[in-house]
Design a protein around this ligand. Sequence first.
Ligand code: NAD
Ligand code: UDP
Length: 314
Amino acid sequence: MPRTLITGGAGFLGSHLCDRFLAEGHEVVCMDNLITGNPDNIAHLIGNPGFEFVKHDVSTFIYVAGEVDNVLHFASPASPIDYLKLPIQTLKVGSLGTHNALGLAKAKDARFLLASTSEVYGDPQVHPQPETYWGHVNPVGSRGVYDEAKRFAEAMTMAYHTYHGLETRILRIFNTYGPRMRLDDGRALPAFMGQALRGEPITVFGDGSQTRSFQYVDDLVEGIWRLLHSDEANPVNIGNPDEVSIKEFAEEVVALTGSDSTITYEDLPADDPQVRQPDITRAREILGWTPSVDRAEGLRRTLAYFQEQVEATA
Ligand code: NAD
Ligand code: UDP
């Protein structure tokens, strides 16, 4: 039975990965310090003999007894309000945490997969973004703590690949949504869902003309599974190329919830990327992967979860 370590496993994405890898017959070690994660995300897995939770900060030395076949490094604050509140922890988990996770993979002769991000492209001057684009990031801007940590993490991962011959994968994840996002994580979807369901004004930042391309979590998990089992060491974008302006996205959430919320406009945060859309040619060609859940369907699947969250916090 393969054994997979998932750092950040109690977070939004990590917990979906725990589910998928257990369902595929892996033993899963979920390592998380719960700084932005939620034990509720993995509560249903406690008691499963194939599942082990270890509370640990991966920016300090990682010890795991026994064999490990795969290390999926997902630990990191991920929403802008989280990483703006936790700038040093974000830099540490992207740098020291990635180094420790790579060191563990090397010691165990395991395959390593890094959760990188579309943020490595910064406020892009090439659109859509292919993996060959080097990006446009302000290292000392407020988002720099996240973007540069992930850029360093990619460089460190590639160095372990070329210098130590470690089997590594670099996944550039574009905006992903779905059940288990934190209602208060400040990202557009949880914010808009919460506001719409409570009948509060929807806070669109700037004039809402900035774009994002949102993918449903199940599509991402399938892409991760395929990338891990490929032999591609270069970065691969995984995202849904269906691009939408934030204003239209807010209107879609209002329409879906049947809310009578109106839109209010607030200041655009510093360095907020103006556009973002993945070029997924590489994922298509190398992994045979394309997203299969469109936004209307993905939002419908996510609504019930947010209804429960809003009721629980009412
Ligand atoms: P999340 O905040 O829900 O999950 C991150 C998890 O990492 C949390 O459970 C947190 O407690 C844990 N963590 C943070 N620092 C840690 C540390 N030092 N030691 C141990 N655990 C630590 O966020 P998410 O959306 O699930 O993101 C997961 C990963 O995917 C992150 O690396 C993020 O950068 C990447 N990513 C996510 C998206 C997205 O749209 N969700 C997009 C691009 C990249
Ligand atoms: N956004 C917004 N209102 C909110 C939260 C976010 O208009 O309450 C905007 C944000 O400025 C950005 C887009 O929505 O332009 C996506 O933001 P998110 O935090 O979800 O992701 P990221 O900026 O990291 O892509």
